[in-house]
Design a protein around this ligand. Structure first.
Ligand code: SF4
Length: 431
């Protein structure tokens, strides 16, 4: 989501003749878009501001700004922590940026933090990274209030984007040559719930996107387990353009911990959703990935082992893992007496990572002999024998390497999988 916000910010700045530079000392405006999901990212943001202050001492004309989740939470406090900052704006003020820029250019210091989002402005272009992947947000914010998560406080309640604006943005991406469109949202399956039109759902959005002509595919992240509807699963199966890929964070395999996290499902319900998806896409071509937290406050060793057994039981193809990081302003962040010792958290994270690795290898094994449609994203030339090895991503999100012509970069091709390592598959070109 932050990446997508940055692309929109770059687009707006380009209307003011700002151009990107790799060298911060050459810039007239230094802007950092921040994430506060972990304390480390917030700390990094402040140390970057400290570094930029030195450039401002050399050139007082430089304007310094901070936006994103850290800005949303810290508000005016940022001016106290760093006197060189000229602009602070929150996650819901992005489309106000043109006005804010004019104000700081005339010498004002501005802190713009709103609780209600500024209406989307489609007059500005979006400057995307040069790649084959375009990230398109469809819903922002979250209503779930998991006890460990800061998102509802930084991004606010769920707000779906206009259906037609999304379709137009995807069409533009396809016309610009992007091959993989990822629909983004903190809780992407909630898309449309706030729009008072029962036909506006993620399933119908995918159906409409699949009708767009062109050589591309679409995926969506992140799903909340109990918000995945039968109609969504059906829609995914209706078009080859929609990746058979579900990212469904489980967070813990233990019901008591899930309850303490305020997740609205239990282990059995999670398992039923996974089963339903796997039964719909019978030939094992579907990929289900997850997220897990090790060392949530109060988590016992037995409860932690439930997480390991869940990865195994539900045959999860891959999981993002993290040790619990207390965030100020969250409910669990106040349960100091239940915090797990750092050493134990680290040990649990290591065990969790080993289990994840085992699951990935088992998942890779299932791909052997299969023909996967991949998007070729780049290549490397072997220094010894001069052979070109293409790197690509399959519909199931796995990285696939194979020998081929570098002119295939940017194309979809079929590859037969012959072998694997932990983090990638190896195959041969079929067409
Ligand atoms: S559903 Fe996701 S974004 Fe929303 S509060 Fe829970 S963890 Fe945070």
């Amino acid at each position: 989501m932050n990446k997508s916000d940055s692309e929109r910010i770059l687009g707006m700045l380009s209307h003011f003749d700002y151009q990107q530079t790799e060298n911060p000392q050459e810039a007239n405006l230094l802007l950092i878009n921040t994430c506060s999901i972990r304390q480390l990212s917030a700390d990094k943001a402040f140390s970057t501001l400290g570094r930029w202050g030195k450039y401002k001492k050399l050139n007082p004309e430089i304007k310094i700004g901070i936006c994103g989740c850290v800005a949303q939470i810290e508000k005016e406090n940022i001016f106290k922590r760093n006197k060189n900052v000229d602009l602070v704006f929150g996650t819901r003020n992005i489309y106000e940026l043109p006005d804010l820029i004019k104000k700081i250019e005339s010498g004002e210091k501005i802190c713009a933090i709103k609780d209600n989002a500024i209406k989307e402005n489609t007059d500005f272009c979006i400057i995307r990274d040069k790649s084959f992947n375009a990230w398109v947000p469809i819903i922002e914010g979250c209503n779930n209030f998991c006890t460990y998560c800061i998102v509802p406080y930084t991004r606010g309640r769920e707000r779906s984007r206009d259906f037609n604006n999304i379709i137009n943005e995807v069409k533009t991406c396809v016309n610009q040559g992007f091959k993989e469109i990822t629909l983004l949202g903190q809780n992407v399956d909630s898309y449309g719930k706030d729009l008072n039109d029962k036909n506006i759902t993620l399933a119908n959005l995918l159906r409409e996107i699949a009708k767009i002509e062109g050589d591309f595919r679409v995926r969506f992240v992140t799903s909340y387990p109990t918000d995945i509807t039968d109609d969504l699963i059906k829609a995914v199966g209706e078009s080859d353009k929609i990746c058979k890929y579900f990212h469904i964070p489980m967070q813990s395999g233990n019901d008591e911990i899930l309850k303490a996290m305020n997740r609205r499902y239990n282990r059995r319900q999670y398992g039923e959703i996974v089963k339903k998806i796997r039964e719909t896409f019978k030939d094992n071509c579907v990929t289900i990935t997850s997220d897990f937290i090790a060392g949530f406050p109060g988590e016992t060793n037995e409860q932690f082992y439930d997480t390991l057994s869940a990865i195994e039981e539900f045959k999860l193809d891959y999981s993002n893992t993290a040790a619990y990081s207390p965030r100020e302003n969250t409910i669990a962040g106040k349960w100091i007496d239940k915090f797990i010792d750092e050493k134990i958290k680290k040990e649990r994270l290591k065990i969790l990572n080993d289990k994840n690795k085992e699951a990935v290898i088992n998942s890779n094994k299932k791909c052997l002999g299969k023909i996967l449609k991949v998007l070729v994203e780049g290549f490397k030339q072997n220094e010894e024998n001069g052979k070109i090895i293409l790197n690509s991503r399959a519909e199931n999100n796995k990285i696939v390497h194979f020998e081929g012509d570098k002119n295939l970069v940017g194309s979809f091709v079929d590859v037969k999988i012959n072998s694997y390592s932990t983090w990638c598959l190896f195959g041969e070109l079929m067409n």
